[in-house]
Design a protein around this ligand. Structure first.
Ligand code: SAM
Length: 262
């Protein structure tokens, strides 16, 4: 059932949006002299090679992070750029970090992190990548763990929910699950990523989320051309609850860079 592999999509424009916003949020959380928790439900393998056959097959990184960097979107001191520099130094010029590795670079020694991945091979790869980092990896269903791990200690913190959206039922289940997580952890930042597909499949889900009246919501949708002819993804979205200060500024900056109107 688990057939999605992020290696085909790493570094695409959706990753640029998700990882840039994630880095800005974690950087903000790290500015306060108090530890925080990081939880991730769908971790992937943690590290990707943009020179791989998988990446070449889709060409998505070429119109994602490669384009963003060619246009100078992320200055050297941007937290996402700092992570990219460190990952390339450690793993080579075409290395690209998955979200657990983005987070690992921005966590401080007292912060706590748990990331979940269900796919056996992706999990094994993730374990190897995360070995040098103080990040707990769990081979478990991310949405079940999301409930089991909340409220985390320390209570300040962020949860990234980044499903592969292979299971249609996720579109109905996830808003309800986010509401349940928020009831248990009302101070936590919960950040959901979703694809914007030509058939508008995400819309009932985002409407359900909007109707839940969560505090400090940022819904950011970035529209971009399909990575190749016939590709159904024409944008990517983040729905964030308890949005950290400054995230909306970065979201608006990404809109301007991509040429989106609000
Ligand atoms: N968050 C990663 C990043 O930004 O680098 C990408 C994650 S990818 C979109 C989704 C991952 O979720 C896949 O590696 C897939 O194997 C995994 N997955 C699918 N269903 C899952 C589940 N129920 N629990 C945990 N992981 C799951």
């Amino acid at each position: 059932m688990l057939s999605y592999q992020h290696a085909y999509h790493a570094g695409n424009m959706a990753d640029v949006q998700k990882h840039a916003l994630l880095a800005v949020m974690l950087d903000y959380l790290g500015k306060k002299d108090k530890p925080f928790s990081y939880i991730e439900t769908h971790a992937g393998r943690g590290l990707y090679d943009l020179g791989s056959a998988e990446a070449a097959k889709t060409g998505e990184a070429a119109v994602g992070i490669d384009l963003a960097e060619a246009k100078g979107w992320f200055p050297k001191d941007h937290p996402y750029a700092r992570v990219l520099t460190a990952v390339r130094r450690d793993h080579g010029p075409r290395a690209y970090p998955g979200s657990p590795l983005v987070a690992a670079h921005l966590l401080r020694p007292d912060d706590r992190a748990t990331v979940c991945e269900l796919h056996p091979q992706e999990y094994e790869a993730l374990l190897a990548v995360m070995l040098p980092w103080p990040v707990a990896c769990r081979k478990a269903d991310g949405m079940d763990m999301a409930l089991a791990l909340t409220p985390p200690e320390p209570r300040r913190g962020l949860m990234l929910i980044d499903p592969s959206w292979e299971v249609k039922a996720d579109y109905e289940m996830i808003p309800k699950r986010i509401a349940a997580i928020h009831r248990k952890w009302n101070v936590g930042t919960i950040a959901l990523w979703y694809p914007i597909l030509t058939d508008g499949r995400h819309r009932p889900m985002t409407a359900a989320l909007a109707a839940m009246n969560f505090p400090k919501v940022l819904q950011h949708e970035l529209r971009f051309p399909p990575a190749r002819d016939g590709h159904g993804m024409v944008g990517s979205g983040m729905f964030i609850v308890n949005t950290p200060f400054g995230t909306e500024v970065e979201a608006a900056r990404l809109d301007r860079l991509v040429g989106n109107r609000r």
